[in-house]
Structures are given as C-alpha cells and as structure tokens.
Design a protein around this ligand. Structure first.
Ligand SMILES: Nc1ncnc2c1ncn2[C@@H]1O[C@H](COP(=O)(O)OP(=O)(O)OP(=O)(O)O)[C@@H](O)[C@H]1O
Length: 247
C-alpha cells in the first residue's frame, strides 16, 4: 500500500506525476479487436483529453489504463516503481447507499487511512467541494451535479497521483460543469495526472494540455492541445475538429 499523504498536498513542481506508458496495448473481445494496438507515453503536464467519436475506444483506453481491464496484447506501465495511487470518476457516479460524509469516510477506511483522521478529512473535502449542507444527506438523493462533486471529493481525499475521468460532465448543466472543471484544474495544480474523456470540444479546448485522438479503435494522434486543435494531422482528426460527423 502506498503511504497516504492527503493532508500534504503535493505541488506538481515537487512531485511530477508518474508517466503512463501504453506499449502495443490492444483489447479484443470474442476475437474482435476493439482497441489498438496503440503505443504512447503520457509524461507531460497534461491534462490529457481523450477525444473521438462514439465507440472510438475512449472508455476502453481509460479502463485499461486504470487497471479495470487487462490488455489482450501489450503492456500498460508506469514510470514509478509502485503502481501510483489512482482514482476514477465516471459519467454516472457510483455512490454507496449512505450519507455523503459516510461515502468519503468509507473510501478513506478502505484505503487504510487511520480512523482518527477520517472524519476531519471527509468534512474538509465536503467543504472544499461546496457540499457541507449535504453532509448527512443520503448520497443517492443528491442532484446529478452534487453527486459528481461528491465523487470528485471522494477522489480528492485519497490524494491520487493519477485521476481518470470518463465523461464526467455529460449529464450536467453549465453551473455544474463549471464546478467540475474547476475541480479538475485544482487536481491538476495539486500535481495529479489527469486523463479525461469528453464529447465537448469547447471543454477540451479549455482543459487540455495534450490530446489523444481515437477513431475506430485506433490512436490517430497524440499531440499538444494547440497542435491538435490548430493543425490536426490525420484526416479523421481534421474532420472531428471541424465539427463534421465522424464515425
Ligand atoms: N468490456 C467490453 N467488452 C466487450 N466490448 C466492449 C467492452 N467495452 C467496450 N466495448 C465495445 O468497444 C467499443 C468501444 O467502446 P468504448 O466505450 O470504449 O467507446 P467510447 O469511445 O468511450 O464511446 P462513447 O463516446 O460512446 O462513450 C464499443 O463497440 C463497445 O461496445
């Protein structure tokens, strides 16, 4: 178990997040190749935005990177000796049937945070994410935006070195989207490596440091955000950035 350091917020200058390397990674199901083989290394500051049309393989890539799926070919590796502390936030937050604060305390408990530190960390995180008024509210009756902020707060208390976000704002209104984007920036500034999918090109432009662009299960481009949005190289990326309907 990696030692827990949530109260000691790491700055990216002092603690560059571990690099993520996909080495010939492919994923097949029932003899059908769904993703790859693809190779890339995420070692820059990010955030990395994973873009592409429906069914391109964006969620698969995130799940493989997070270890929820195993590649059927190739290898997912990290620059750190130990596997980094990671968290993932989904489009539909997966919350336990208990209060908001209890969801955070549970996450701290399963990550071996000492019992006496849990309540304070949980309360601080609720405050940081504007959820103090919801402390004792059952998590599952919170609004969509509040649930997503709670999912981010749960990731925050674990001080992850890497945070995967799979379309975290697709079901949210503009105010809730703004709150999630502010949280993503805070994670980034704290030194967390961000890897995130979105269908919102404007959001990608606001957040991206670099872009992985997929279509048809293939990695078409990995480039700095400015290069991707101004001078995309592949035909598929050119059409995508131009707002054409890409399959
Ligand atoms: N665990 C799995 N087993 C089998 N097939 C899968 C699995 N996960 C995804 N797929 C298939 O792989 C393809 C890529 O799916 P994926 O969810 O990664 O696409 P996506 O780019 O995230 O799409 P969207 O933008 O619609 O969310 C799809 O055809 C999907 O049905």
């Amino acid at each position: 178990m990696t030692s827990f350091n949530a109260p000691l917020l790491a700055s990216s200058a002092l603690f560059p997040p571990p690099a993520l390397c996909f080495d010939g990674v492919a994923f097949s199901h029932q003899d059908k190749l769904l993703l790859g083989p693809c190779s890339f290394t995420l070692e820059g500051a990010g955030p990395t935005l994973v873009l592409g049309p429906n069914g391109a393989g964006k969620s698969l890539l995130l799940r493989l990177a997070h270890g929820l799926l195993s590649p059927t070919q190739g290898r997912v590796a990290w620059s750190s000796k130990a596997r980094p502390r990671q968290a993932m936030v989904f489009q539909q937050p997966v919350l336990l049937r208990r209060s908001a604060v209890a969801n955070l305390i549970h996450a701290l408990a399963v990550n071996d945070v000492p019992r006496k530190a849990r309540a304070k960390l949980a309360v601080e995180a609720l405050e940081r994410f504007g959820l103090t008024a919801c402390t004792d509210t059952p998590a599952r009756v919170l609004s969509g935006g509040e649930q997503q902020r709670l999912a981010l707060a749960r990731a925050w208390v674990l001080s992850p070195q890497v945070l995967f976000l799979d379309e975290p704002t697709s079901a949210l209104d503009p105010a809730a989207i703004k709150a999630v984007e502010a949280a993503v920036r805070e994670f980034h500034q704290r030194g967390t490596r961000i890897v995130m999918t979105t269908h919102d090109l404007h959001q990608a432009r606001r957040l991206a440091g670099d872009v992985l662009f997929l279509s048809g299960g293939k990695l078409r481009e990995h480039s700095p955000a400015e290069t991707f949005f101004n001078t995309p190289v592949s035909r598929e990326a050119q059409a995508f950035v131009a707002g054409e309907l890409v399959e």
